[in-house]
Design a protein around this ligand. Structure first.
Ligand SMILES: [Zn+2]
Length: 421
């Protein structure tokens, strides 16, 4: 019997509902040896297992692959966008305990020198394996669709600026979000794609035609589809239409019940089809904290009722106010979500569990080019997994074969190691 949930060892997880790429094994079992999944099967495990295995009984509980969040700015009061390396470490740790066994650190628009310094700091954490790399959400964005980002520091695409940021990240820049209608954007799409960086379309006022041209040039990802884009029109489907239209494009959605109507989530899932939807949190430092006032880069954010909005402040001259800017309720500014909460919400919105697991883990792992290591419950992959109860509340997280302490609620383990439900 396991003596503590965080002990290293070999594990036999039994009687769970195991969500594999081929379907749900109900019940099913998983054997973990060291940091790897080494066997999975339906029913009960065959007799004659190594007596040294610690057996964890998980009757009726869901076993899902550990979540892969490719768009997250912070959490638990800490941020990737400012503060020390330990702050960034704490933000990553917060999300790991909420199920994100793999995550990128996302930066928002800021002065170029500041972005370079952040990229260099975060590259150190990527070297250590704390994060899987960086996502630059800016500065090459459209002020017309700026959302909660600071338009004063937005730049037209500039290859020299890209090269500086790319060099500062020392090979850890994984995703670059840009607005394809800006002058020089198509050249930057080509340069970034050639450098092995996933080019994402976002914070853009582009038409469908301009977006399609960026996809032709090598863009393959959509940054929070619908949010920060011109709304689709039946004669001008905009970036949303063009991104959904192309099979090579993976599409992020913030399924937190705030950013998108549940119907929109279902429509996006159907239009994208299996293998293209990507669930993200877009979480800020406010995730996991009570309502209050927080920062996102240089912007002030107020959280009320769990909804983060940009604090009212006049835009700089020449920048037209966006619908929603007026009054005390500013635009939505990132989220307070965790991957565990968006997974639960996506299930409640009606997405099948296998599609949710694909969107929360398998597809984002593929986007990062690490699908051969993590993102699915499959023998040979790293033992990154989460345990959820029958209502999809997170119960436990295993990362690289080690149990992390559960973030909240009763433990899936009794002190003696036996399940307590
Ligand atoms: Zn973001």
């Amino acid at each position: 019997m396991p003596s503590a949930p965080d002990q290293d060892g070999s594990w036999l997880l039994v009687r769970a509902r195991v969500v594999t790429p081929e379907g749900v094994l109900s019940p099913g079992w998983i054997r973990v040896t060291g940091n790897r999944i080494d066997a999975i099967g339906p029913g009960l495990p065959p007799p004659g297992q190594d007596p040294g295995l610690d057996v964890v009984d998980l009757p009726g509980q869901w076993l899902l692959p550990g979540f892969v969040d490719v768009h997250v700015h912070g959490g638990g009061g800490a941020s990737f966008t400012e503060g020390t390396s330990d702050d960034a470490r704490n933000a990553a740790e917060f999300h790991r305990r909420h199920g994100s066994t793999t995550l990128l650190a996302s930066l928002v628009t800021a002065p170029l020198a500041e972005l370079e310094a952040r990229a260099a700091l975060l590259a150190g954490l990527a070297d250590e394996g704390v994060i899987a790399g960086l996502h630059l959400e800016g500065p090459f964005l459209s002020p017309a669709r700026r959302g909660a980002q600071d338009p004063r520091h937005m730049l037209a695409p500039d290859l020299a600026a890209f090269e500086r940021l790319h060099a500062a990240a020392r090979g850890h820049l994984r995703v670059l979000t840009l607005a394809p209608e800006l002058p020089g954007a198509i050249r930057m799409v080509r340069a970034a794609a050639r450098a092995g960086v996933t080019v994402a379309i976002g914070h853009t006022d582009a038409t469908a035609e301009v977006t399609a041209a960026a996809i032709d040039a090598g863009a393959t990802h959509a940054t929070h589809l619908f949010n920060g884009m011109r709304p689709p029109h039946h004669r001008e489907p905009g970036a949303v239409g063009a991104l959904l239209d192309r099979d090579e494009v993976s599409c992020e959605v913030i399924a937190d019940g705030v950013h998108l109507h549940d119907m929109t989530i279902r429509l996006a899932a159907r239009a994208a089809g299996p293998g293209r939807l990507v669930l993200i949190t877009d979480a800020t430092a406010a995730a996991g904290l009570p309502d209050g006032s927080y920062r996102l880069g240089s912007m002030q954010v107020n959280v009320a009722g769990g909804v983060a909005r940009l604090a009212g402040q006049p835009g700089p001259p020449g920048v037209t106010a966006q619908p929603g800017d007026a009054g005390q309720a500013g635009p939505i500014a990132g989220s307070t979500a965790t991957m565990a909460s968006v997974v639960r919400h996506a299930r409640a919105a009606g997405l099948p569990v296998t599609e949710v697991a694909a969107a929360a883990s398998t597809t984002p792992a593929r986007v990062l080019g690490i699908g051969d290591r993590t993102g699915a419950l499959r023998p040979g992959l790293t033992a990154d997994l989460v345990v959820c109860d029958d209502d999809f509340r997170l119960r436990a997280v295993m990362r690289r074969g080690r149990w992390l302490t559960e973030p909240r609620g009763p433990s899936a383990f009794s002190p003696a190691g036996a399940p307590n439900r």
